[in-house]
Write a new protein. Structure first.
Ligand code: NDP
Length: 402
């Protein structure tokens, strides 16, 4: 039995993970689950799964959880506060940690799992964008196994020679081709983007995901974060990562080799495939995903992304090239701007405007350790909030779509 901790169990990736685990009760045991403040959903998961541990990062929500459960779950130890996530990540009976918390909040527990030598299933791309070199070094020091959950990176991983080490480019690999659906505004004229709503941005054409990554997909920042993620995971330069818009989301990414071969991984757009792949790796298990019917799909289209219309992608490419702390600055400003957009305080083009302004002022600097990362993260968040207030004084960037 493989002991599993699902951090972010109430989210989209978390729930897909529980769905796959439920199909294999003889193989996996859910030891721990954790979320932020969704006490009602975590209570339901506790009663269904009876894990040994459960945690909520938000102490007020944890109190609510205790009240909801009463005496119904005597076998589950409840923990609370941000530190609880790290505790769960290093438990001795946890062999495999699904890092499915959204945003910078996932960094400490992700790093804790890696340092403890666990098998880490990494969905929380923001932690890699923020602290990639530290995480990769920790993987090599501790002997942890890092398996990418992002469907694109999981696809690339599946196309690499067996035995490839994290952060090292396999011999003969020339480029990776990272596919992007293009998001819900792929064909929306640029001059209509100021009026788009959070609801429209979260209505992704192919994937059902959490709100933050849905907005990132709509701005193409998600692809920018994935570019940085790919460089770190596979030891590539930004120039070795070509981004291609592929509206059908069937080809999840491709790897090009020096002999002209291009290997791709295809499948229905359903996160349970990469999750099942990583859970069972190097074996294969049923994921519950429908098999791909290429005749039904009919055609596969590819085109170049429009970085004029989707400025966030250009900004992420610049941060990837600049390196150092720029990805931290980019990520922090993006998290703040996306939150403002979702709360209707900023309009859609305002997201890129805020990030650009923060990056212009932001310091490059080198990543010495976690303290540098958290300092740059905090400073960039302050600057982004200031910028949002400044920008939205002019009506052009205000969230005028309530
Ligand atoms: P969701 O918004 O659906 O879920 C986020 C999860 O993180 C929830 O369980 C939430 O808890 C928890 N969480 C948020 N903040 C904190 C915190 N401060 N402390 C502890 N837990 C916290 O996100 P997704 O599942 O869509 O995405 C999760 C991660 O996976 C992201 O990094 C995303 O980029 C990545 N990813 C997602 C994909 C997808 O298809 N959804 C695909 C590829 C990558 P609560 O419910 O209590 O708020």
């Amino acid at each position: 039995m493989i002991g599993v901790a699902v951090l972010g169990s109430t989210g989209s990736v978390g729930e897909s993970t529980l769905d796959v685990l439920a199909r294999h009760p003889q193989r996996f045991r859910l030891v721990a689950i954790a979320a932020n403040r969704n006490a009602a959903k975590l209570a339901r998961q506790i009663l269904t799964w009876r894990p040994a541990y459960a945690a909520l990062a938000d102490p007020a929500a944890a109190a609510q959880l205790r009240e909801l459960l009463g005496t119904q779950a005597p076998g589950t130890r409840l923990l609370e506060g941000p530190g609880a996530l790290e505790e769960l990540a290093v438990l001795s009976d946890v062999h495999c940690v699904m890092a499915a918390i959204v945003g910078a909040a996932g960094l400490r527990s992700t790093l804790a799992a890696v340092r403890a030598g666990k098998k880490l299933l990494l969905a929380n791309k923001e932690s890699l964008v923020m602290a990639g070199p530290l995480l990769i070094a920790a993987v090599n020091d501790s002997g942890a196994t890092l398996l990418p959950i992002d469907s694109e990176h999981n696809a690339i991983f599946q196309c690499l020679p067996a035995g490839t080490r994290t952060g090292v480019t396999p011999a003969g690999l020339t480029r990776v081709l990272l596919t992007a659906s293009g998001g819900p505004f792929r064909d929306t004229p640029a001059d209509e983007l100021a009026a788009v709503t959070p609801e429209a941005a979260c209505a992704h054409p192919n994937w059902v995901m959490g709100r933050k990554i849905s907005v990132d997909s709509a701005t193409l920042m998600n692809k920018g974060l994935e570019l940085i993620e790919a460089c770190l995971l596979f030891g590539l330069t930004p120039a070795q990562v070509q981004i291609i818009v592929h509206p059908q989301s069937i080809v999840h990414s491709l790897v090009e080799y020096v002999d002209g071969s291009v290997l791709a991984q295809l499948g229905a757009p359903d996160m349970r495939t990469p999750i099942a792949h990583a859970l069972a790796w190097p074996e294969r298990i049923d994921s519950g995903v429908d098999f791909l019917d290429l005749l039904k799909a009919g055609r596969l289209d590819f085109r170049a992304p429009d970085t004029e219309k989707f400025r966030c992608l250009a900004l992420a490419q610049a941060a990837a090239r600049a390196g150092g702390l720029y990805p931290v600055v980019l990520n922090a400003a993006n998290e703040v701007a996306v939150e403002a957009f979702l709360e209707r305080r900023l309009n859609f083009p305002g997201i890129a405007a805020v990030i650009e302004a923060v990056m212009e002022r932001g310091t490059g600097g080198t990543v010495g350790g976690l303290d540098d990362i958290f300092a740059a993260d905090a400073e960039s968040r302050v600057r982004a909030r200031e910028r949002i207030v400044g920008l939205t004084k002019s009506a052009s960037l205000r969230g005028a779509h309530a």
